[in-house]
Design a protein around this ligand. Structure first.
Ligand code: ADP
Ligand code: MG
Length: 439
C-alpha cells in the first residue's frame, strides 16, 4: 500500500529547569493512503505530542523536535514537513493534514459563533467570498449531521452539547478536504452513545473522501472498532505494531498485554483490576522486562484474590431518599410564566462502605444534578440525604462543611474545574486549607 506519511526516528523533548525529558523517543511509523492507524497508550505516553509534532504545533521552547523526519507524500514528491519554513508549513496544516482534539471547548473560540469559526477557516484556505464560505459551512454542518444548521451557524460553542461541538470541530477539520485527519481522543469526553455516532460519522466521511485517519486513544475498545492497524506506545517509544485483530488475539509486548487485561470485563467482576505492572518490570534504564505470565494466568490469580464480597453486610454509608431537585425556568425573558424542570425527581438509593455504585443514563437525565444536590452545591427541593445517619439537607454552617469533607466530587471536565491561572499545586492545596488540614 502506498504510504502517505512516514515518520522516522521522531524525538520530541521538553526541557524545564535544566532537565529535559523525551516525550516522544525515536518513534518510527507510517500511515498508508486511506487507512486508519490507531495510536494507543496510557495517558502521558506521548500520543498527543506525536500528533502535535506532525502538525508542527509543539511550542518552542520548552518543546523541541530534536531528531527525526516526517515525510508527507504529495503527488510524486516526498516532503519532509520538518524542513519546511513556518510559512510553507501553514499551507499543509489544515489543508493537507487536519486535526481534531479531545476537548472541543479548548479549540473552539467561546466568543465567536460556530459558523463564523468554520467559515473563517474556509476563507483563509480556499480564498472564497464570505458568502460562498457560509454556504460551504452549512453544507459541512449537514455532512456531519448537525440538526438545524442555520441555528447552529449562529450559535456560540457553549450553546451546543458536547457531541454537537465535536461535530463542529470535525466540520472545521474536513473543510479543506485534508488527506490526513488526526483525531486525538475525539470521543473520550463524550458518553458512549454519542461516541458511537461520532465513530460512525468519521468512518463514513473516510469512505466518502478516502482520507487517512490517525486515531489516537487510550481506549482499546474504540481502537477495535475504528482502526485497521495499531501502534502501541509507552513512554514515548513504540512497543508494538500490528493489524488490529492481531493486537487483540495475540499481543506480543507485556505492556500491550497489561493494557488489554486492565479493562473491566462484563463476565467477571474483580475486586481489583490488574495493571500494566502485573505484566512487566521497568528497569532503571527505562527498558522493560516481561513477568512471564499470560493474560489468562494473571486474571485467574486476580479472581482467586477476589474472595467473598462483604460490602452489603453492614449498614449503608449513604442513604438517599425521595430526592427531588426542581428548577424553575422563565419561558422567555418577557413573560412571567415559569416552567418547572424536574431535573431530579423522587430518586432513592443507598451506598455501602467500599462499594462502587454506578449511576448511568443518557446526557441530560440528571446524573450531575443528583451528585451536586447530595452535597448541596445545588439546593434540593425535597427528600433526604443521610450520611452516617445525619441528614445532610438539615445541616448548616460548620456541620455541613464537616460532612462535605467526607464526600468529594471529581468533575467531568478537568479544564473547567482547574483554574488555568493557578499552578496545580496551589489548586490542590486550596482544599486542604479550606478544611484546615495540615499547615
Ligand atoms: P498522551 O497524549 O499520551 O496522554 P502527551 O503526549 O500529552 O501524552 O505527553 C507526553 C509527555 O510529555 C508527558 O510526560 C507530558 O507531561 C509531557 N508534555 C506534554 N506537553 C508538554 C509541555 N507543553 N511541556 C512539558 N511537558 C509536556
Ligand atoms: Mg493526549
Amino acid at each position: 500500500m502506498e504510504k502517505i506519511l512516514t515518520v522516522n526516528h521522531l524525538t520530541t523533548q521538553f526541557s524545564s529547569k535544566g532537565i529535559s525529558i523525551k516525550a516522544v523517543d525515536d518513534l518510527s511509523f507510517h500511515v498508508a493512503k486511506g487507512e486508519t492507524l490507531g495510536i494507543v497508550g496510557e495517558s502521558g505516553s506521548g500520543k498527543s505530542v506525536t500528533a502535535l509534532s506532525i502538525m508542527r504545533l509543539i511550542l518552542q521552547p520548552p518543546g523541541k523536535i530534536a531528531v527525526g523526519e516526517i515525510f508527507y507524500q504529495q503527488h510524486d514528491k516526498n516532503i519532509d514537513l520538518l524542513k519546511l519554513s513556518k510559512k510553507e508549513m501553514r499551507t499543509y496544516r489544515g489543508k493537507e493534514i487536519a486535526m481534531i482534539f479531545q476537548e472541543p471547548m479548548t479549540s473552539l473560540n467561546p466568543v465567536l459563533t460556530c459558523g463564523f469559526q468554520v467559515a473563517e477557516a474556509i476563507v483563509l484556505h480556499k480564498k472564497v467570498s464570505n458568502k460562498e464560505a457560509k454556504q460551504q459551512t452549512l453544507k459541512l454542518f449537514e455532512k456531519v449531521q448537525l440538526p438545524n444548521t442555520d441555528q447552529i451557524f449562529d450559535a456560540y460553542p457553549h450553546q451546543l452539547s458536547g457531541g454537537q461541538k465535536q461535530r463542529v470541530m470535525i466540520a472545521m477539520a474536513i473543510s479543506c478536504d485534508p488527506k490526513i485527519l488526526i483525531a486525538d481522543e475525539p470521543t473520550t469526553a463524550l458518553d458512549v452513545t454519542i461516541q458511537q455516532e461520532i465513530l460512525k460519522l468519521l468512518k463514513s466521511l473516510q469512505q466518502e473522501t478516502g482520507m487517512s485517519i490517525i486515531f489516537i486513544t487510550h481506549d482499546l475498545g474504540v481502537i477495535a472498532e475504528i482502526a485497521d492497524r495499531v501502534i502501541v506506545i509507552y513512554k514515548g517509544k513504540k512497543v508494538e505494531e500490528a493489524a488490529v485483530a492481531d493486537i487483540f488475539k495475540n499481543p506480543q509486548h507485556p505492556y500491550t498485554k497489561g493494557l488489554l487485561a486492565c479493562r473491566p470485563s462484563f463476565n467477571t467482576h474483580l475486586k481489583q483490576l490488574p495493571t500494566v505492572d502485573d505484566f512487566m518490570l521497568t528497569n532503571a534504564d527505562g527498558s522493560v522486562q516481561s513477568k512471564g505470565e499470560t493474560i489468562e494466568q494473571v486474571l485467574q490469580r486476580f479472581e482467586k484474590k477476589n474472595g467473598s464480597v462483604k460490602i452489603f453486610e453492614n449498614k449503608p454509608l449513604l442513604k438517599v431518599e425521595n430526592l427531588s431537585t426542581h428548577f424553575s425556568e422563565n419561558k422567555n425573558l418577557f413573560s412571567k410564566h415559569h416552567e418547572t424542570v424536574k431535573a431530579v425527581d423522587d430518586v432513592s438509593f443507598e451506598v455501602y462502605c467500599g462499594e462502587t455504585l454506578g449511576l448511568v443514563g443518557e446526557s441530560g437525565c440528571g446524573k450531575t444534578t443528583i451528585g451536586r444536590s447530595m452535597l448541596r452545591l445545588i439546593e434540593p427541593t425535597s427528600g433526604s440525604v443521610q450520611y452516617e445517619g445525619r441528614d445532610i439537607l438539615q445541616l448548616r454552617g460548620r456541620e455541613l462543611k464537616d460532612v462535605r469533607r467526607h464526600m468529594q466530587i471529581i468533575f467531568q471536565d478537568p479544564y473547567a474545574s482547574l483554574d488555568p491561572r493557578v499552578p496545580i499545586g496551589e489548586s490542590v492545596m486550596e482544599g486542604l486549607q479550606i478544611h484546615g488540614i495540615g499547615s
